[in-house]
Design a protein around this ligand. Structure first.
Ligand code: DPP
Ligand code: ZN
Length: 855
């Protein structure tokens, strides 16, 4: 397949200032008439090329004149038309069968609805068009459909008129006054109910808000609506950004490749990020709804008003928008806990990506299939880059930079470089070296060594940085790394003030005076840079910080590092002091000044995958055994504490307050510890939590705890859960996911069975992710030494690729991590990758991911 390169970018040959679309909608046979006004862009004699994917032109007209079949050609799906003038009107007619569209790209059917997904390149599956984000057009859209099956007709922008046609069908016209790239086009037709509300913007305009779902789901839309209104107010307050249309609609659909899509004025969501009620949604789900609603709303400015010049700039909108939604969620809840959660995601997804064969820069240089680049690097690392700039600038200058960015590029298709330049000029900073963060893939490593000199009462902090090679980038230049740092006095348990150290050289040292005794180093506080820091701090130092650090992230990090050292040491056969971990956990749990949600985060053992990341070669079995044993010991030694917490965090009634959420989080953690201790009534306690809970957070946590064990209660709870939720797809996903995640010796066999379960289907991406996606993240089970786990996932990829290549390709990365494992496992993993690659008719999505994974 062809490789697309960033350096080959050329402005479009033809622009399309206006497009008029007419959809005669029907699941089996939809006709689409498109009228494009096209304008030659600059002086050239190149023909007009309109991208198409699987389309057959039934009619082609130029300026109203029908073309003979020899007057146009198809080239790899694209429609080629030679034109003589500088401006013409092009009309095409195509026909589609949305109900047969299993890729869920373009126009497709989901649960009786017709809907669209165009990002990145789905619009070319709807009509012939220059499908690239730097072609911006004004859209007018007419939809016509059977009013019984499709009473609601929605598109981008504002509704203009509607009516009935003579043949009993009905129609509606929507126009969007803001020029947009075609990836932001959307329409929805279906039998939908609306949660209607409104928002008055900062300039006093009233915006009509609608969340459209199946009638039965209406009671589950309240949280999403609250999140939307809070997002609108937050973007006005924090960024000065006001909504710009008179209506804002959101539609929830069951079958969706992404989490959601920011189409102008008509966001389309995976229903899992809209629907929530206490019976079916966990607190994590509630937070997911809030965060994704905010994310898509924020795209209205960072993505839509200012869009991307080309797909290499994807992080321009995604990194910035993730940064915005992270800060919004932090403001809605706890900054400390949100930061810990975000860093955990970054380390689990992005650091692994950076360390493997699919590593790529935040601004990639090339791709085969752009769908493969909706990655943790583009999104989460991209957000960290914005966060570092915001840190270096401070809030006022960062705001000045973002104001300049929006002002300068409103209505344009911009680049990452445009953003950086706006930050430099608006904020007043030189980001010359910082630009390498966009160019170099891989996670920087920083080694920090503290040397104390008693005679001069000074300390020298030596910082060294390095960056491992990544595909296509054997040698790296030093990065500009902002490290928030403090030095703690052991006696007073305080520091003299934090400093922001800029590490810009391969090696650099910083000297601090006034230390009669060697202080304790607190570094990369708040996770100020997305790097891996190694220090020479003792377990005693870490225990000290886990009790005294006033930066919550650094405190959490010290605790985690304390645990990592013990576990990795134990796996290596060293003599380790587990008692120190138990003591630190006890001290944290009983600290009355700490937020229960923070406590729950801090005392959680590092995941098996994170422990694997700390080892030269991952040994999944040894990691599981060591972690399990430490969890048991923590459970046993502090058993009365866990019983006490579990009892006293039981709430009388459900609430979504931070206090109630924190209590549930701590209660679930206490349950894990208690059950891990092996006490005879552990499973009974878990089962009664499962049985008595009035919310999904506690019910699902109890189920997950039981699923790790082998009790009778395990089977009972799984049966009850299944029977209770078998008709609720989103909740049934949790039943699959909990079993696929289970730290249980038979998980691999169970996943195989579940793949044949009558409720399992490859046609719903959420269901696929809840089984095979979750399983790929279960290190111990997936890496079963038989290789069975690899085979299961490979089988799924091969089967799914025929239906939905985009979702199939997302299952590849766990198989691509073979070089991190022993030779036997590596050979088995490579064998499966080769088996996939040998499959005839493989999509370019999967071909790219598997091909790179084998290199
Ligand atoms: N819909 C995806 C997102 O919002 C891609 N833009 O991130
Ligand atoms: Zn996004």
């Amino acid at each position: 397949p062809a490789i697309i390169r960033r350096q080959d970018y050329r402005p479009p040959d033809w622009l399309v200032p206006e497009i008029d679309l007419d959809f005669a909608l029907d699941p089996a046979r939809t006709q689409i008439r498109a009228v494009l006004s096209v304008a030659r862009n600059g002086a050239h004699d190149r023909y007009l090329k309109l991208d198409g994917d699987g389309l057959v032109p039934l009619e082609v007209k130029v300026d109203g004149r029908p073309l003979e079949s020899g007057e146009w050609t198809l080239d790899g799906g694209a429609l080629i038309i030679p034109l003589t003038g500088d401006a013409h009107q092009i009309e095409t007619l195509v026909e589609l069968a949305p109900e047969n569209n299993s890729k869920l790209m373009g126009l497709y059917a989901s649960g009786g609805l017709l809907c669209t997904q165009c990002e990145a390149e789905g619009f070319r599956r709807i009509t012939f068009f220059p499908d690239r984000p730097d072609v911006l057009s004004r859209y007018s859209v007419r939809m016509e459909a059977d009013p019984a099956r499709f009473p609601v007709l929605l598109a981008n922008g504002d509704p203009i008129e509607q009516g009935s046609s003579a043949d009993g069908r009905h129609w509606a016209r929507w126009t969007d006054p803001f020029p947009k790239p075609c990836y932001l086009f959307a329409l929805v037709a279906g039998d939908l109910a609306c949660n209607a509300d409104s928002f008055v913007t900062m300039s006093g305009r009233e915006v009509k808000l609608g969340i459209w779902v199946k009638e039965a789901d209406l009671p589950r839309t309240g949280h999403a609506m609250e999140a939307l209104k809070n997002s609108m107010a937050w973007d006005e307050r924090v960024y000065g950004r006001e909504y710009d249309l008179d209506v804002f609609n959101i539609v929830a659909v069951a079958d969706f490749n992404f989490g959601a899509m920011e189409n102008k004025g008509l966001n389309i969501f995976n229903s899992r990020y809209i629907l929530a009620d206490p019976e079916t949604a966990t607190d994590i789900d509630y937070d997911g709804v809030e965060g994704v609603v905010a994310h898509e709303y924020f795209h209205n400015w960072s993505g839509n008003r200012v869009t991307c010049r080309d797909w290499f700039q994807l992080s321009l909108k995604e990194g910035f928008t993730v940064f915005r939604d992270q800060n919004f969620s932090a403001d809605m809840g706890s900054h400390a806990v949100k930061r810990i959660e975000d860093v955990r995601v970054l380390r689990a997804a992005q650091f692994q990506e950076d360390a493997g064969p699919l590593a790529h820069p935040v601004r990639p240089e090339s791709y085969i299939e752009i769908s493969n680049f909706y990655t943790a690097t583009i999104y989460n690392k991209g957000a960290e880059l914005i966060r570092m700039m915001a840190l270096m600038l401070g809030p006022e200058r960062f705001r000045a930079g973002s104001d300049l960015y929006f002002k300068r590029h409103d209505g344009q298709a911009a680049t990452c470089e445009d953003f950086v330049r706006a930050m430099e000029e608006g904020g007043g900073i030189d980001l010359g070296q910082f630009r390498r963060w966009y160019e170099q893939a891989g996670t920087p490593h920083v080694r920090a060594t503290l040397r104390h000199d008693e005679a001069t009462q000074t300390v020298e902090l030596l910082l060294e940085q390095s960056m491992p090679p990544t595909p296509g980038q054997p040698d790296k230049q030093p990065m500009a790394i902002p490290l928030r740092t403090a030095l703690f006095d052991r006696i007073g348990s305080a520091h003299k003030g934090e400093e922001l150290l800029m590490l810009t050289q391969p090696q650099q040292s910083f000297t601090f005076g006034g230390f009669a005794e060697a202080p304790v180093l607190s570094i990369n506080r708040g996770f100020s840079a997305p790097v891996i820091v190694a220090t020479d701090r003792s377990q005693g130092d870490l225990a000290f910080l886990s009790a005294h650090d006033d930066d919550p992230f650094a405190r959490y990090e010290a605790m985690q590092q304390l645990m990592v050292n013990v576990l990795v040491g134990r796996i290596a056969g060293q003599n380790v002091d587990e008692a120190a971990v138990v003591a630190a956990i006890r001290d944290t749990v009983v600290d009355p000044h700490l937020d229960p949600a923070f406590i729950a985060e801090a005392i959680r053992l590092p995941s098996e995958a994170y422990l694997g990341d700390q080892m030269a070669k991952v040994d999944p079995d040894a990691i599981h055994i060591a972690r399990d044993a430490l969890q048991r010991r923590i459970g046993q030694e502090l058993e009365p504490l866990w019983r006490d917490i579990h009892a006293r965090t039981k709430a009388n009634s459900f609430s979504l307050s931070s206090a109630a959420k924190g209590a549930r989080k701590l209660r679930n953690t206490a349950l894990i510890c208690l059950v891990a201790s092996g006490v005879p009534d552990g499973a009974a306690v878990a089962f009664s939590q499962f049985d008595e809970a009035d919310n999904m957070t506690e019910r699902q946590a109890a189920l997950a705890t039981l699923a790790n064990g082998a009790s009778d209660e395990r089977e009972a709870a799984l049966d009850i859960f299944y029977n209770r939720y078998r008709n609720d797809a989103l909740t049934l996903d949790k039943w699959f996911q909990t079993q696929a995640f289970a730290l249980h010796p038979d998980t691999v066999d169970l996943v195989e069975e579940l793949g044949r379960h009558p409720d399992f289907t490859l046609s719903n991406p959420n269901r696929v992710r809840s089984l095979y996606g979750a399983f790929g993240g279960n290190q111990w089970a997936f890496h079963h030494r038989s290789g069975k786990g690899y085979r299961l996932v490979a089988n799924c990829i091969i089967a799914l690729d025929k239906l939905n290549p985009q979702t199939a390709a997302r299952l590849v990365p766990p198989l691509g991590r073979w070089c991190r494992f022993d030779d036997e496992r590596a050979a088995l993993m490579r064998g499966e990758l080769q088996r996939i690659l040998a499959e005839p008719g493989l999509s370019k999505d999967v071909t790219e991911q598997v091909g790179k994974s084998l290199e």
